[in-house]
Design a protein around this ligand. Sequence first.
Ligand SMILES: *Cc1c(COP(=O)(O)O)cnc(C)c1O
Length: 420
Amino acid sequence: MDARRVNKNLKGKFMDFKSFENKIYLSSPTMHGDELKYMTEAFETNWMSTVGKNISEIERITCEKLGCGNAVALSCGTAALHLAVKLAGVKPGDKVFCSDMTFAATLNPVVYEGGEPVFIDTEYDTWNMDPKALEKAFEIYPEVRVVVFVNLYGTPGKLDELISVCRNHGAVMIEDAAESLGASYKGRQTGTFGAFNAISFNGNKIITGSAGGMLLTDDAYAAKKARKWSTQSRENAPWYQHEEVGYNYRMSNVVAGVVRGQYPYLEEHIARKKEIYERYKEGLKGLPVLMNPYEENIAEPNYWLSCLIIDKEAMCRQVRSDRDVLYVSEPGKTCPTEILETLARYNVEGRPIWKPMHMQPIYRMNQFITASGERLRKDDCEYTDVGADIFRRGLCLPSDIKMTEKEQKKIIEIIRSCFE
Ligand SMILES: *Cc1c(COP(=O)(O)O)cnc(C)c1O
């Protein structure tokens, strides 16, 4: 059933402007020209493989900018997370504590290794893993040795608290900084807080290589291992000699050229993203909404995506099944679906909050632990946890840095109209 026909959504219909001629994206690549120079250099010198100057340069730049000991350039962030999970020693049957409200790539690599993700609920202050829920999880499963946490939408989590819980229980930390490159916590860059960390250069991230990722670690031996695994685990012998399983995970020197060209613009991209965030904050003042929060004076996000959450009292009725959604439009109230549909009518892309993992059919049988320590599963809760609540009331706003101030003003007007 087409939800739009049922709902007769008239919100935003009577704006005195037309829909945007060029689509406004959530977050798309922004090129500057240097990328082509380094790609061409790779081509002209025939370093068209997974070896070359672009790769060694971006590994060096990453270590320098982030302050980490070693960086291993890989085909994608998911590959980095996979090698991180292997380095952390996850074995078949091992339970691993994982962020619940995140993109599935944070924890799918745990499953590649036969591990079993146990999902930890979210807190409202940064929308990341709740340290209280993590503490509860260790009370229930004291044997767990690995924790995977994410800095969602570019906002650092409560890292001090999370780290202290992990230390107290002797757990190895993996930090998924795929969305938070350039964000910092107490002056230290994200991607350096875990024993093994991942960043991503996927097309929608703060800077991109069109694809690509990196494993970051201060452990030189681990970095060497990851390098070897990522290039098919070849032993030092005259022939193809193998003693352990290998992967084809190394980054291409052409992709590294794009990353190399983007790196000088990281700070500029962050500044633009921050402007976008501040403009939304200002422009949406007076509405019953909150922007995605961060710990001021402690954390400096990279503002990768601007998001909002609608106050409970201002939510119209919205019902979601696994794949469909219906809502009832009401004066003075709205819901994420209505805002997203209204934006779409003007050729503007937004997105629902990343649907929590404990609500995903593939992970329905996995354990899920909230701050009250309940071992909730899909069949014994009505999704009254924090993650489900943010998912129900929240959405990601268009945060593309090529969006002009004028375009953003119109988008803010469209959003405001949904509350009329
Ligand atoms: C993008 C992303 C990844 C995966 O990175 P790829 O480079 O696309 O493999 C992992 N975790 C999070 C949170 C992401 O947003």
